[in-house]
Each structure stands twice: as structure tokens, then as C-alpha cells.
Design a protein around this ligand. Structure first.
Ligand SMILES: Nc1nc2c(ncn2[C@@H]2O[C@H](COP(=O)(O)OP(=O)(O)OP(=O)(O)O)[C@@H](O)[C@H]2O)c(=O)[nH]1
Length: 297
């Protein structure tokens, strides 16, 4: 299929943690693909969201939260990933919280490419009572960088501002042939998305007690007509972290699994049977589980 009037391109979303990048992505593609959480830094994977309209295909690249507080190896890798992402896209969306521009935003600003269009997205405008204050803020921001455009939005509420943002992005995309089918919203597998959903629930429901080293592995993913059977392991480093996730009488784990299952059913548009358990990395629990799972079918 070659269609000269079709525009196709990559868009990176950058910004310090918690400005609403994941929320924005979810609204722009109309489905919950990237994970969001009140807790900063939950997006560790590079996630691609795809939106296909009649004459344009937007391929969104979500980047890990830009970490400016600690200089761990992980954070350095994350920052490097921001830089790499930016050198491979057609448009950069730099997201900040409207009326706020702090030292952390400044560090992200320093990474922005000069040879690509950068659109400044002022998110959370719903929090601004006095809209008159907006204009001076926009003026202040436009003096900092040659932005291609400055668009105020509420990623949470959506509305016409998001259409305006899409139009703005479209104007910077090159003409091309669509790379994905119309109904594809992500090139990530359902397996990957299932793991992301479970991981989001872990962060949402266990507050600050759980370290970022927690990961989720999908050990089995079976599809039977419209039913999906998903077996997910939450992997922790130490035995002592297990009870935090499991909770009293297993209640916390049960709640995580219930919420995750509901999200999955919405996303996959079908029934989900979900089993979630906590596993200590490299521990004996692996073997026990492996044995147990043999007898499942
Ligand atoms: N009031 C308001 N809150 C918003 C808006 N957009 C996002 N939020 C909230 O801001 C918080 C952070 O949103 P995320 O989308 O997880 O932020 P993020 O930038 O992806 O964060 P990291 O993954 O940590 O980099 C959540 O509690 C959102 O509900 C908005 O337009 N208005």
C-alpha cells in the first residue's frame, strides 16, 4: 500500500517523572497500554503506542521517567535511553506541569534536540483556576527554547485540546506508508501488556514499601477462544519482601490480582483467568512452582 497523502512517524514523549506522560499516551491512543501510577518512575520499559487515523499513523514512544535525583547505574541507563529515543524520532513532546517549571524539568530541557521539532505540552491545565495566568507562563516558556508549538492540555480529561495536539504533531510527520495495521495499538505482545498491568498494581497497592527492583514474569499465557489463562509471578529479591506484597491473609495479593484481571479483561476484550504469586529471585520457590505447574492441565 503506497499512499502519498498518508503521514507516518515516530513521536517521543519526554518529561520528568509524574508530569502525566503515561496518562497522555493512554488518552492519545484511546486504550490503556502504558502503565500509570501516582508513584514516580513506574515506566521502565520503552512502550510503543500506535494511533491510526484516516490519513495519519502516530507511533508513540514512551520513555522512562527522567531521573534527576539519584545517580544510580539504573538512572544513568534511563537517561541514556531518553537521549537515544530522541535521536530516532520525528517529533518530541516535552511534557511539563502547567505553571510549574523546576530544576528537574530544566534537566530534561537540556536533553532536547535542536534539530527536531519539539512541542511543549503544558499538562494538567484543569488544575489552573485563573486561566489569565496561562499566557505569561507560555511567554516565559517560549523564551527558553525554540519550541515548534506550545499546547496546554489535560491528559486526564481529554477534550478538544488533545485533538489540537494531534493536529500539531501531524504537521511535523513525514509522508509514508503505515507500518502497522489499523487495529494495532501497540507492537508489544499481550504477554508483555499483562506483565505491565500486574506491575502497575504492585506499585499502586504497595506504596513505598516495595523497591523498584520488583519485576513481573508471565510464566504461562494460554488463549482458549475468548478466554485467556494467565500465570504471573511477581519477582522480589529477598524473602522478607514477600509478606509486604502478599499482605494479611493474602488480601493484598488478592486485591492486586482482581484489579489486574479487570484491566486485562477490558484491554483484551474477553474473560481472563489470572493467577498471581510472589517468587523470590533464584529461590527454591521456582522449583516448587515449576513442579506444581506440571500438574495444571
Ligand atoms: N489533575 C491532573 N492530573 C493528571 C493529569 N495527567 C496526569 N495526571 C496525574 O498525574 C500523576 C502522574 O501521571 P503519569 O501519567 O503516571 O505520569 P508520568 O509522567 O508517566 O510518570 P512516570 O511514569 O513516573 O514518568 C497521576 O496521578 C495522574 O493521574 C491531568 O491532566 N490533570
Amino acid at each position: 500500500m503506497t499512499d502519498a497523502s498518508m503521514k507516518v512517524g515516530y513521536i517521543a514523549i519526554v518529561g520528568r517523572p509524574n508530569v502525566g506522560k503515561s496518562t497522555l499516551l493512554n488518552h492519545l491512543i484511546g486504550q490503556k497500554v502504558s502503565i500509570t501510577s501516582r508513584k514516580a518512575q513506574t515506566t521502565r520499559h520503552r512502550i510503543t503506542g500506535i494511533r491510526t487515523d484516516a490519513d495519519v499513523q502516530y507511533i508513540f514512544v514512551d520513555t522512562p521517567g527522567f531521573q534527576t535525583q539519584h545517580q544510580s547505574a539504573l538512572n544513568r541507563v534511563m537517561n541514556r535511553s531518553v537521549t537515544q529515543t530522541l535521536s530516532n524520532v520525528d517529533v518530541v513532546l516535552f511534557v511539563i506541569e502547567v505553571m510549574r517549571f523546576d530544576a528537574r524539568d530544566e534537566k530534561v530541557l537540556a536533553l532536547l534536540p535542536r534539530n527536531r521539532p519539539v512541542v511543549l505540552v503544558l499538562n494538567k491545565v484543569d488544575k489552573v483556576d485563573d486561566k489569565e495566568k496561562l499566557l505569561p507562563f507560555i511567554e516565559k516558556m517560549s523564551a527558553l527554547f525554540p519550541f515548534a508549538a506550545i499546547v496546554p492540555v489535560s491528559a486526564q480529561r481529554g477534550g478538544p485540546q488533545l485533538d489540537q495536539l494531534l493536529q500539531e504533531i501531524r504537521s511535523h510527520l513525514p509522508e509514508g506508508t503505515p507500518m502497522y495495521g489499523e487495529d494495532e495499538i501497540t507492537d508489544r505482545s499481550e504477554r508483555f501488556l499483562a506483565a505491565e498491568i500486574v506491575r502497575e498494581k504492585v506499585f499502586r497497592l504497595s506504596g513505598d514499601e516495595v523497591p523498584y527492583s520488583v519485576s513481573v514474569e508471565i510464566e504461562k499465557f494460554e488463549v482458549e477462544g475468548k478466554l485467556r489463562r494467565i500465570f504471573a509471578a511477581i519477582i522480589v529479591d529477598r524473602e522478607s519482601q514477600k509478606p509486604i506484597l502478599i499482605g494479611k491473609n493474602g488480601e493484598k495479593l488478592k486485591e492486586m490480582a482482581t484489579q489486574a484481571r479487570k484491566d486485562m479483561e477490558k484491554l483484551f476484550d474477553g474473560k481472563v483467568y489470572l493467577e498471581v504469586w510472589v517468587k523470590v529471585k533464584g529461590g527454591w520457590a521456582d522449583d516448587e512452582r515449576a513442579l506444581k505447574s506440571l500438574g495444571y492441565d
